[in-house]
Write a protein that binds this ligand. Structure first.
Ligand code: HAM
Length: 410
């Protein structure tokens, strides 16, 4: 028996329905903030991803050469493609641009629960607004999208400048190693690394910075930095709105394009792979031939959100099974058509079964049964049975449609 590739998943209809409900909630929230959906290709030129991150990233990607000898890659994320698109198509559009996306991404990683080789991201990118309000908007929208999805999470917000300022004093390769260890939250490794290199003072100050509870504490450790005013302004907006978050000056972010405020969200009920959102302020457009425009965005790990939601009850649109005798079969197509026109899912009986057997089947897969027997056929009515409560009554088609519509989200 052939199996699916490692790190990929199949989704049965039940799961797809759940996923679509949550996806739509995320899209609706983003749209209320003014973010409009965009779509980029599933594969891009390899260079788009190596330009900022270097060749090292190739081993974490699905790369291939096409028949024309072009080096391509399945997208490991959507920010670089969206910024490429901005440079190609969006430079003349009025700024700021508010774009959102829902897309599958591909990373050649060791699969485990919550870590897949094909996974979906819901993200937003705010392009062309360089202000504290822009940063605050993106963070607030991210918080609202996750809250509306129904997931329990904690939000961590930090800024890269304090740490980068402190690491400027040491060799670049060591600084990179240190940031890598902080990104993985490997504090033992960090201690080992800095002790071996006799950077005892740096270890102490970095530990202090990471543990800072307020931005004033962080500035007391890293000193006065040029970004201070902007950082204070961003946090003042968030604090003024009582956004619940934890200050975390230890956030590094794995991707190389961030330049300022960074943030991550963690689901409360997931294990090791509990980061469900990551984002921040970055600059990429200039690398792709565009202007050096400030951008800010995030991506939500959609699959992790779904794992976190578990079996949470979600309202799904009602399904009506249209049951009929053989004589009423042509009428059953008309009745099902009328339900569908009203936006309701209607399933026809396709098998050679009696009404009793059709009802047994309907009870397993539908919320209502609309029965058309001899009497209903003659009178132009249906008998509508609510399969949850068991109540039933004969009525006109319009009344039946109104009753089904009143029960669930159509
Ligand atoms: P990222 O942190 O690499 O950021 O990915 C965002 C989210 O995608 C993660 O927080 C995680 O929930 C999910 N994720 C990452 N890898 C996997 C995987 N292998 N399996 C399942 N979920 C995964 C970005 O991709 C940036 N482009 C975010 C961004 C947008 N920054 C600015 N704009």
């Amino acid at each position: 028996m052939l199996q699916k590739p490692r790190g990929t998943r199949d989704f049965l209809p039940e799961e797809m329905e759940r996923r679509r409900i949550i996806e739509q909630r995320m899209r609706n929230t983003a749209m209320r903030w003014g973010y409009r959906e965009v779509c980029t290709p599933t594969f891009e030129t390899l260079e788009l991803f190596t330009m900022r991150s270097g060749e090292g990233i190739i081993q974490e990607m699905y790369t291939f050469e096409d028949k024309g000898g072009r080096e391509l890659a399945l997208r490991p994320e959507v920010t670089a493609p969206v910024l490429r698109m901005y440079v190609n198509e969006g430079k003349v559009l009025p700024k700021p641009l508010r774009w959102c996306y829902f897309a599958d991404c591909f990373r050649y990683e060791r699969p485990q629960k919550g870590r897949y080789r094909q996974f979906w991201q819901f993200g937003i990118e705010l392009i062309g607004a360089d202000s504290a309000s822009a940063e605050a908007e993106v963070i607030l929208a991210g918080h609202e999208i996750l809250s509306n999805a129904g997931v329990q999470f904690t939000l961590h917000i930090g800024h890269l400048s304090p740490m980068r300022t402190m690491l400027a004093a040491i060799d670049a390769p060591v600084a990179k190693t240190v940031m890598g260890l902080l990104d993985k939250r490997d504090f033992e490794g960090l201690e080992q690394c800095l002790t071996d290199l006799r950077h005892h003072e740096l270890l102490e100050s970095l530990t202090g910075l990471v543990q800072s509870k307020t931005i004033d504490e962080a500035f007391a450790i890293c000193g006065d930095i040029p970004e201070r005013e902007r950082i204070e302004e961003t946090f003042a907006i968030l604090d003024g709105l009582d956004l619940p978050y934890t200050l975390n000056m230890g956030i590094v972010r794995g991707l190389d394009y961030y330049t300022g405020t960074v943030f991550e969200a963690f689901a409360e009920n997931l294990g090791a792979e509990n980061q469900i959102m990551g984002g921040g302020v970055y600059r990429l457009a200039h690398l792709f031939g565009g202007d050096d425009v400030a951008s800010c965005g995030f991506a939500i790990g959609f699959d992790r959100v779904m794992v976190s939601l578990g079996e949470t009850e979600l309202v799904r649109p009602p399904v009506v099974a249209v049951l009929s005798t053989n004589e009423a079969r042509p009428r059953s197509f008309e009745v099902a058509g009328a339900f569908r026109e009203a936006g309701i899912c209607a399933e026809l009986n396709l098998m050679d079964r009696g009404i009793g057997a059709q009802m047994k089947h309907a009870a397993k897969s539908s919320d209502f049964a609309a029965i058309i027997g001899e009497r209903e056929l003659a009178r132009g009515t249906v008998t509508l049975k609510n399969l949850q409560s068991g109540t039933q009554h004969e009525c006109g088609l319009d009344e039946a449609i109104a009753e089904v519509k009143g029960v669930g989200a159509c």
